[in-house]
Design a protein around this ligand. Structure first.
Ligand code: PSU
Ligand code: MN
Length: 303
């Protein structure tokens, strides 16, 4: 028997086959998005939270070149402590595979691998999107174009506040990717409850979200459904503070010539330092909420 190129853990295989709820989780959030040692705590807490809901977690990443759906605790621990680990988006998978190295998978790569394993729900923090100045730099996350081709449900708190949000929403429209708010038609702004931009639809229950996913599948449409779950208003970053921080973060990135896939980690790190860790608490809170909602929708989808 040959070893499959993509490794799906036995636990995830069993849960998918038996129609039990599974939620996919990305690894870039703990390999690049969050500082040590909090990154590992957050990754393991997300898994524990899902298990407490009766949901199987499928943390996804690349371990020694093997794209893996359902990393073990030991593997998550090693990835979260690896210096200069690759940030693996979809285009990087063949490279990290061939080189046999570790990689933290972005939303794009995670969605691809989750769908390959038959997992229908994927919870993350913030999606990649259109960066400011993209009309000149062309810096648009492959998350968007990938999600246009992968039929999965992605739960996020919107796109990261560091992005050009209206441009990102326009791209989602062009790419036929539905964006639905959870209990709101105000598009969340990751660190803040309301980005200031509106979206067309909202659902109020996990069952309604599951119904949208089922309708997408019945129609045979190939794209992801995006469920945008806002952080609670009393847990958000003070909105008036955010605008000022973002202006300085962009200016600093410009000054240091940061570009490409280094932009997101740089900007997130700048905001973390500037808010003395407060943005980190919000980031973790946002993620927690999305993981819990993912568990509820995955459960609703099994009924
Ligand atoms: N949200 C966070 N931290 C992160 C990311 C999102 O709070 O590190 C990651 C996700 O994995 C997302 C990626 O897919 O950033 C987007 O990177 P880029 O813009 O280079 O495509
Ligand atoms: Mn980019």
């Amino acid at each position: 028997m040959s070893t499959p190129v993509i490794h799906v853990s036995q636990e995830v295989q069993d849960a998918v086959r038996e129609n039990r709820p599974v939620v996919a989780l990305e690894s870039t959030i703990f390999t690049h998005g969050l500082p040590r040692p909090r990154n590992l705590d957050v990754a393991l807490e997300a898994e524990a939270g899902l298990r407490a809901q009766g949901v199987t977690p499928a943390t996804i990443g690349v371990f020694n070149g093997v794209p893996t759906v359902g990393l073990s605790t030991e593997q998550i621990t090693e990835l979260s402590n690896t210096d200069k680990i690759a940030k693996a988006s979809l285009r990087d998978l063949p490279v990290v595979r061939a080189l046999g190295i570790h990689g933290g998978t972005t939303v794009a790569a995670t969605a691809f691998l989750a769908h390959h394993a038959g997992v229908k729900v994927f919870s993350t923090g913030g999606l990649g999107g259109v960066h400011h100045g993209a009309s000149e730099t062309f810096d648009e996350s492959a998350d968007m174009t990938t999600l246009a081709q992968i039929p999965i449900l992605v739960i996020s708190a919107g796109v990261k506040s560091i992005l050009d949000i209206p441009a990102t929403l326009e791209r989602f429209e062009t790419l036929n990717i539905p964006v639905i708010g959870y209990g709101t038609t105000k598009y969340p702004g990751f660190y803040v409850t309301d980005s200031g931009f509106s979206i067309g639809y909202s659902v109020d229950t996990p069952e309604e979200a599951a119904a949208v996913v089922n309708a997408r599948d019945e129609l045979g449409l190939p794209q992801s459904v995006l469920l945008a779950n806002p952080v609670a208003a009393d847990k958000q970053l003070p909105p008036e503070q955010l605008d000022d921080i973002l202006t300085r973060a962009w200016a600093e990135a410009d000054k240091q010539g940061i570009s490409g896939n280094a932009s997101t980690p740089f900007l997130l790190d700048f905001i973390q330092k500037d808010t003395k860790g407060l943005s980190l608490d919000v980031n973790v809170e946002v993620y927690r909420g999305n993981v819990a909602l993912g568990g509820l929708v995955a459960t609703a989808l099994t009924r």
